[in-house]
Design a protein around this ligand. Structure first.
Ligand code: ATP
Length: 255
């Protein structure tokens, strides 16, 4: 991989959910390019397409048009099996509701992506990643025996264990208290700073967005703004503007 290779490139990505009169255009021509080792937050009003963007960029959903290139590899150029393999090797995903398997222990949950990727599961590496997220003492616990913040840290360890190039996080702090949220955001920031990984995070929270290097703002499936070196206040101000614009448009359109 050359240094110029982008970690993530989207070119004119469109996504239409459904068909006919009920079709919804969730993404309306998204173009972006994120260099390796960057932390980007994605914000926008409810329904602006943030989750759809993340799902398409991570290969969990197929765009209706355009191209997605992760770590130099075009997702659309592969069949489902190859795309799944690619996702397992190069992409990590963190969800709002953790999505851990309840019957598996902490260590087993973190080993799972290695097993799925067909790699010889190295418990030593999984334990090291769990140490990094501060959970080395909880290897044999089941998710239900952990707090929400701890469960999300297990989910982050699970996302990191395959050493992915890009980590997508959809509202990773949405279900957490302030302190747990801060721990999770610091872990994501550390992946970027210390390990050169690329993080793309959807959030509604201006304080969370301020952990990123830059913020992309979406409205109606399009990128409508970009804020480098964000502060929580500057993000909140932009969001207030977007909310008003969307509300005004709905009134004008009689929705
Ligand atoms: N599976 C689906 N079928 C039909 N429409 C969908 C589907 N998923 C999303 N949509 C629509 O696509 C648009 C974008 O949805 P999306 O979930 O990406 O927005 P969002 O910005 O993540 O919203 P929120 O902040 O409320 O989670 C919305 O109008 C939504 O109703």
């Amino acid at each position: 991989m050359t240094r110029q290779t982008k970690a993530l490139r989207l070119d004119d990505v469109r996504k239409v959910h459904g068909a006919g009169p009920t079709a919804v255009t969730a993404l309306d021509g998204i173009t972006l390019a994120l260099p390796p080792g960057t932390f980007t937050a994605v914000m926008g009003p409810s329904g602006s397409g943030k989750s759809t963007l993340l799902q398409c960029a991570a290969g969990l959903d197929r765009p209706t048009g355009g191209s997605v290139v992760v770590d130099g590899v075009e997702l659309a150029g592969h069949d489902e099996a190859a795309r799944t393999r690619l996702r397992r090797q190069r992409i990590g995903f963190v969800f709002q509701q953790f999505n851990l398997l309840p019957t598996l222990t902490v260590l087993q949950n973190v080993l799972l992506p290695l097993r799925l990727a067909g790699e010889k599961a190295d418990p030593g590496h999984a334990v090291a990643v769990l140490e990094r997220v501060g959970l080395a003492g909880r290897l044999g616990h089941r998710p239900a025996e952990l707090s929400g913040g701890q469960q999300q840290r297990v989910a982050i360890a699970r996302a990191l264990v395959t050493r992915p190039s890009v980590i997508f996080a959809d509202e990773p702090t949405g279900a957490l208290d302030t302190r747990s949220a801060r721990d999770v955001l610091n872990l994501l920031a550390e992946s970027v700073r210390d390990h050169g990984q690329t993080v793309v995070m959807v959030t509604h929270d201006p304080v969370a967005a301020a952990y990123a290097d830059s913020v992309l703002f979406l409205a109606d499936g399009r990128i409508v703004g970009h804020l480098p070196e964000p502060t929580a206040d500057a993000v909140a101000e932009r969001m207030a503007g977007l909310g008003e614009t969307a509300a005004q448009r709905r009134i004008l359109e009689g929705v």
